[in-house]
Design a protein around this ligand. Structure first.
Ligand code: FAD
Length: 396
């Protein structure tokens, strides 16, 4: 019989293969990835790895795959799918038959159009990109980080820890404004400024100027010039769905974030095709299909999709989403679905660590803390229960 084929050997793809074996699947199982490395963890890339504190973020050793009967095909890109014939086209021109296909191809970093091609300019998603960035960080003195999202903020923190001057440029009024809103964004801005980051908001990158093929100066849209020998473009990512455009598998509108449209267990509208992880626009409790770009969610989705593939009951799981980001000595953690448009109440703030509750129509939607792990975790049950905001502000 044809195997289950998982395309994308990142966290979501690996976990899906593992969960299938755990759920008792004994048939053929192939995990395809276009990178040459064994599946690895990405969160350390912008943190310990780029600072030189760790080299190896491999998730499982090679023997693991042999043990579990997972056929790992690295350095192999899928280039197309024929869903009627249930065949995947590979970059070397060969084809692979599948009984079930799981799409787990993640994201590709966005680049800014129109920039000159200069050495010293980086994006960060893959190990190879982190490796190139780390090499150059050793000799850098002035870095420019374009975009104060999670990866931009983490890199700014890692660069400061490495003794590099940092200018962090953000078109919005604060870092992370689009995700966490301007009030919490202002607290994060304060932390970066206290660490010596030259944070410039409400402005973007206009162009880069080089010398001898290497970046030297960045011109910002406010007309100012910033000397920089290292530049990172951290302006977000887009789903790696180019290989699916001719497949007929329904994709979300790119303007709404794109991705492979799937139901609440990862099933697409096409028979035998599933999607998990950052690339997958799953149906959420709110009735909205959207992608979630966080580590914990990739693992949870892998479990659900594996159960659904086996025709088993979905496991009961914590329905409260979680993510974290490490910046300097502070762990920023979020539970629930905090949104930039929610009403935000800052419940604690000691000048660096803080706790913020998010509410919609008076009901608690989420909590975001910096250096406040215990307080964040305490809100879990209240968020799950859709408690009134007043219940957490005046605990009984
Ligand atoms: P990926 O990990 O991107 O894996 C997809 C894989 O598919 C890649 O190897 C890709 O090369 C491959 N692929 C793509 N197209 C093809 C193709 N056509 N054929 C074959 N293979 C293909 N989340 C948190 O919650 N907290 C954090 O602190 C945090 N830090 C992060 C730091 C960095 C630098 C990055 C990049 C991400 C971070 N994340 C964090 C997010 C988290 O790592 C992702 O949610 C997670 O990696 C998603 O896993 P995935 O398998 O869906 O996608």
């Amino acid at each position: 019989a044809a195997p289950i084929v998982v395309v994308g050997a990142g966290l979501a793809g690996l976990r899906t293969a593992e969960e299938l074996r755990r759920a008792g699947y004994e048939g053929g199982l192939i995990l395809i990835g276009d990178e040459a490395r064994l599946p690895y963890d990405r969160p350390p890339l912008s943190k310990q790895f780029v600072r030189g504190e760790t080299d190896d973020t491999t998730l499982r050793p090679a023997e693991f795959f042999a043990d579990k009967g997972i056929e790992l095909r690295l350095d192999t890109a899928a280039t197309g799918v024929d869903t009627a014939a249930r065949r995947i086209a590979l970059a070397d021109g060969s084809e692979l038959e599948y009984a079930q296909l799981v799409i787990a191809t993640g994201l590709r970093p966005r680049r800014l159009p129109g920039l000159p091609d200069l050495a010293g300019v980086h994006v960060l998603r893959a190990y190879a990109e982190a490796d190139a960035l780390r090499d150059e960080l050793a000799d850098a003195t002035r870095a420019l980080v374009v975009g104060a999202g999670f990866i931009g903020c983490e890199l700014a923190a890692s660069f400061r820890a490495s003794g590099v001057e940092v200018v962090l440029v953000e078109p919005q009024p604060t870092p992370l404004a689009g995700v966490l809103g301007p009030q919490v964004g202002a607290l994060i801005a304060r932390m970066h400024r206290a660490e010596g980051v030259d944070l410039r908001c409400d402005t973007g990158l206009d162009t880069l100027l080089g010398e001898g093929g290497r970046v030297r100066v960045a011109r910002l849209s406010d007309g100012s010039e910033v000397p920089a020998d290292l530049v990172v473009i951290g302006v977000g990512s887009r789903p790696a769905t180019d290989w699916l455009t001719e497949s007929g598998i329904p994709l979300a509108d790119p303007a709404a974030g794109g991705g492979v449209l799937a139901d609440e267990v990862g099933r697409t509208a096409v028979g035998g095709v599933w999607a998990v992880g950052d690339v997958a626009a799953w149906l959420h409790d709110t009735g909205v299909r959207k992608r979630v770009e966080h580590w914990t969610s990739a693992g949870e989705q892998a479990r659900l999709v594996a159960c659904a593939l086996m025709g088993a009951e979905p496991p009961t799981m914590a329905r409260v989403p979680y993510f974290w980001s490490d910046q300097y000595d502070v762990k920023i953690q979020a539970l629930g679905t905090p949104a930039a448009t929610d009403a935000v109440t800052i419940a604690a703030d000691d000048g660096r660590r803080f706790l913020a509750y998010y509410a919609r129509d008076g009901r608690l939607t989420g909590v975001v803390g910096a250096g406040m792990t215990a307080q964040v975790m305490k809100a879990r049950a209240k968020i799950a229960a859709g408690a009134e905001l007043t219940e957490v502000l005046t605990p009984s």
